[in-house]
Design a binder for this molecule. Structure first.
Ligand code: FBP
Length: 332
């Protein structure tokens, strides 16, 4: 007896019909899935094709661009263009906002914020990286000024952990769901993700090498709490957050304010708000958790002023994030 698994597109079709929504979002998500699968193929064959090395250029963040960053960017823009559903895209790999379709076009309904290949320090080793994205919708009941959306205005946010073939998607007011890739390269078996309330399996995930550069109060909080939880760090946000969603606990990338070389301080944080911080915060909220910045403010409430602005990030189980948020809200 052949076992047929529910596919992602079947799951999304039901979701759209249940909420009397249009087919436009299905077409956009089909393009996103096609991009992710093609990026996975290039990454899996990257070592043999010589694509895991540097591209020899520097991106808007001042970081060395990897060949795979360029490939993932090109693939994603190709499929977003082909969908005809996107007004503009914000990408870690593009200095400017990528204009795709005028907002007056009936079919063009969405803004797409993405990091085509997150976790670049893992690329040369073929270790897990992430394709992370957030989606917002244009206003349908009035003129659209294409302003940058805060995370609370996103309608969906997700991540593919590449090359593990896992896909996690948060849908506004409809939860966070995980899918796995099958032998036909189809994402199947939707499973709702709820952050575990029991703390016995919780983990902390942060770059321990940076510990001494965090604020005194964050260092104190870590010292008081670390003994209670396991510690895991992959060095790729998508992979680290994938674990936190399953086991509970907290991923933290605090502001760097005490670096021995002051030039290396990052009081604004390292991670990017629109296509890393808000993406994680959105999936976290839909899974029963929360995320805050260095001042304890909810990440989803931050209105972006610049499409590449950075943020500190504390994301995971509600009780743990609320606990450190109390410390972060205190006057230094
Ligand atoms: P990139 O998008 O440039 O890869 O930067 C983001 C990131 O790699 C995250 O995935 C990860 O959580 C963090 O930076 C790792 O930073 P560090 O190497 O300082 O620990």
């Amino acid at each position: 007896m052949i076992r047929f698994e529910q596919t992602f597109m079947d799951f999304l079709l039901h979701h759209q019909e249940k909420h009397n929504r249009t087919h436009h979002f299905l077409i956009l998500m089909d393009a996103v899935i096609s991009a992710a699968k093609r990026i996975q193929h290039y990454y899996l064959t990257g070592a043999l094709q010589g694509n895991l090395g540097p591209a020899g250029s520097v991106n808007v963040q001042g970081e060395n661009v990897m060949r795979m960053d360029q490939i993932a960017q090109e693939i994603t823009i190709h499929y977003l263009k082909a969908s005809g559903r996107v007004i503009h895209a914000v990408s870690e790999e593009s200095k400017e906002i990528v204009q795709l379709n005028p907002p007056t076009t009936e079919r063009a309904r969405y803004f797409f914020y993405f990091d085509p290949l997150d976790g670049s320090s893992n690329i040369p080793h073929g270790l897990p990286v992430g394709f992370m994205f957030g989606i917002a919708k244009k206003s349908l009941d009035g003129p659209e000024d294409c302003h940058l959306r805060s995370g609370k205005d996103y309608i969906a946010a997700g991540m593919f952990v590449i090359p593990t073939g896992t896909f996690t998607l948060g849908l506004r007011d409809a939860g966070t769901w995980r899918f796995h890739i099958d032998e036909t390269m189809t994402f199947v078996r939707p499973r709702r993700i709820i952050l575990p309330r029991e703390s016995d399996g919780w983990e902390l995930s942060f770059n321990a090498a940076n510990r001494g550069t965090f604020s005194e109060r964050v260092q104190r909080w870590i010292a008081e709490n670390e003994g209670r939880y396991a510690f895991r760090y992959l060095g790729a946000l998508a992979g680290d957050f994938h674990r936190i969603l399953a086991n509970g606990g907290m991923f933290l990338y605090p502001a760097i304010v005490n670096h021995p070389n002051p030039k290396k301080n990052r009081p604004q944080g390292k991670l990017r708000l629109m296509y890393e911080g808000s993406v994680v915060a959105f999936m976290c909220r839909e899974a029963g958790g929360m995320a805050v910045d260095e001042s304890g403010r909810p990440i989803l409430d931050i209105q972006p002023e610049d499409h590449h602005q950075r943020t500190a990030l504390y994301a995971g189980s509600r009780d743990l994030v609320q606990d450190i948020a109390k410390v972060l809200k205190q006057q230094p």
